[in-house]
Design a protein around this ligand. Structure first.
Ligand SMILES: O=C(O)C(=O)C[C@H](O)[C@H](O)COP(=O)(O)O
Length: 213
């Protein structure tokens, strides 16, 4: 799948809801109830970070939840992409971009959302054919005003800002014409997962799903 096709697929995925939950999961028993709660709250697109030993099994388990569109986050190597693909991930998210990630996603036909934080990185991605990017780390890199400024010379690039996005500042990003959705871990807090508070997580998801500019 060529980079422009990958970006087109990612634009479709990012248009499904204003927020993509960024999930760090430690206990496989949490995977299905978490996915059910987030989907029920109106957030069908789920990014499971490959940061924990159970992440791939969680992708497998969450993919069985009706309505869930499950991808892998923290994809750092070609091997990560193969493992994510085999676990059933339907997209991959990386904090940055590398030739081996791009080549592997192309070969595996897995849509990738590569990360960029500067004009030069965004231009490199665009040269490669990607016009839908993760803006990471959104808050520390400069927040909504920085991303708005990037949109001046690079209006054709769509972004999913992630890193430091919260229910308090999500609207500031979503108001920008170059933002399709935001990503954030705030809708899947570890303490609520440990407490089995799936109703509480569904409420957080519902609040996030209703966010607009
Ligand atoms: O793991 C990845 O793939 C990342 O690139 C980083 C995550 O997107 C951020 O860590 C989420 O940030 P918070 O919502 O501030 O917790």
């Amino acid at each position: 799948m060529t980079p422009d096709r990958q970006s087109a697929r990612m634009r479709d995925i990012c248009a499904r809801a204003p927020v993509i939950p960024v999930i760090v999961i430690d206990d496989i028993a949490h995977a299905q109830p978490l996915a059910r709660a987030l989907v029920a709250g109106g957030l069908p697109v789920l990014e499971v970070t490959l940061r924990t030993p159970v992440a791939l099994d969680a992708i497998r388990a969450m993919s069985t939840v009706p309505g869930a569109v499950v991808g892998a986050g923290t994809v750092l190597s070609a091997d990560d992409i193969h493992r994510a693909r085999n676990a059933g991930a339907t997209f991959a998210v990386a904090p940055g971009m590398s030739d081996s990630l791009i080549g592997t996603c192309e070969k595996c036909a897995l849509p990738m959302l590569p990360g960029a934080a500067t004009a030069s990185e965004a231009m490199q991605a665009l040269e490669m054919g990607f016009d839908m990017l993760k803006f990471f780390p959104a808050g520390p890199a400069g927040g909504p005003s920085y991303l708005k400024a990037l949109g001046g010379p690079l209006p054709g690039i769509g972004f999913c800002p992630t890193g430091g996005v919260s229910v308090e500042n999500a609207r500031d990003y979503l108001a920008l014409p170059n933002v399709l959705c935001v990503g954030g871990s705030w809708v899947a807090p570890e303490a609520m997962m440990r407490a089995g508070d799936w109703a509480g997580i569904e409420t957080l998801a519902r609040e996030a799903a209703s966010l607009t500019s």
